[in-house]
Ligand binder design. Sequence first.
Ligand SMILES: *Cc1c(COP(=O)(O)O)cnc(C)c1O
Length: 401
Amino acid sequence: MSRKIDTRPPFESLNGKSPSQLFGKLKTPCYIIDESALIRNCEILASVMKNTGCKILLAQKAFSNFEFYPLISEYLSGTEASGLFEARLGKEEMPKGEVHVFCAAYRDDEFDELLSYADHIVFNSIRQLEKFGVKAKSSGKSIGLRINPECSTQEGHEIYDPCASGSRLGTTREEWDKNITSELLQLLDGLHFHTLCEQNSDALETTLQAAEDKFGDIMPKMKWLNIGGGHHITRRDYDIAKLEKCILYAENKWGVQVYIEPGEAVALNAGYLATRVLDIIRNNGVKIAVLDSSAACHMPDVIEMPYMPPLYNAEHEKPDAYVYRLAGPTCLSGDIIGDYSFDEPLSENELLLFGDMAIYTTCKNNTFNGMPLPDIYKLSLNGELIKLTDFGYKDFKNRLG
Ligand SMILES: *Cc1c(COP(=O)(O)O)cnc(C)c1O
């Protein structure tokens, strides 16, 4: 069975309006979060929840623009946090939702505060479970252990592969067998794995099989199984039927409540970065457009991942086009977004619009070189533009002294 998935490409929700019509008056650079695209994503995720009985959490490390949490909480079951402040944000801003937290290692001096926010605590190692598990359990928390199914399904992305050799993320079966005791097993309510990154459900199917091979005997003793993030559920070519099959398999076989905690999929293609051309430079036949936004500061994953974001009215490679290397204004030589092809030559001050800029941007940017952070706007369902926040010199200086 294959279902037709109606997800939007990066600029579809502009409804045919040009960036300058929509955003021409805004000071650049700025991010614009698109409410209608977020709703579309949430509707897709909510239908997976409805069809399978699974619960879906927002992984806040990808998207934590909390003005949208009331909206998201109409669809999803809660938030997932990677640390203390995210847990607090989830508790404060999505109070009706569940608050799950996973951290590679918890701190003694933060743990009590963490317990005041989170209701599900996932430990990375059996030693951490031993150290904090009784306290968490006696505070009424649901306790999980992150397992490492030792099954790599991605190539060429070692920094995003928790199953890479020597990874610190998750307990291997060997470590489990060496260290688990019946007292510690008693504490556990669930298992958690997170091994995917921007992947389709065939990779989940492979991983779930590996998890069963390694930990299948433990699963029936658990109340829940969290299958992590990295599921690109709202991408156009994602096979949702296969995802639902995997979820139902786990639920039926082991009697567990399944959780998924996507970050990207919640806000995929739900934001833009508006930027202007400051200068055009030529070097040995290469035309370089220097923008008022920076890959290093404002879209760090362009360099870290690396990837080339979609750009309105431009393509990555096109014959007979005007090709420009788009680059940031910082001193970093590698502050380059990529080579884009245009039908017309670029000009100074021209407005450009990057797509898919809601995720791993507003919550991951920085002020390297004393660059201001871009303001953040909401493009609301009725077409209204609302400024959510702006930034100034103080935001830069306060972090330094
Ligand atoms: C990063 C992460 C997520 C979210 O991943 P996406 O790729 O944004 O879907 C979920 N859970 C854990 C434990 C993570 O580390």
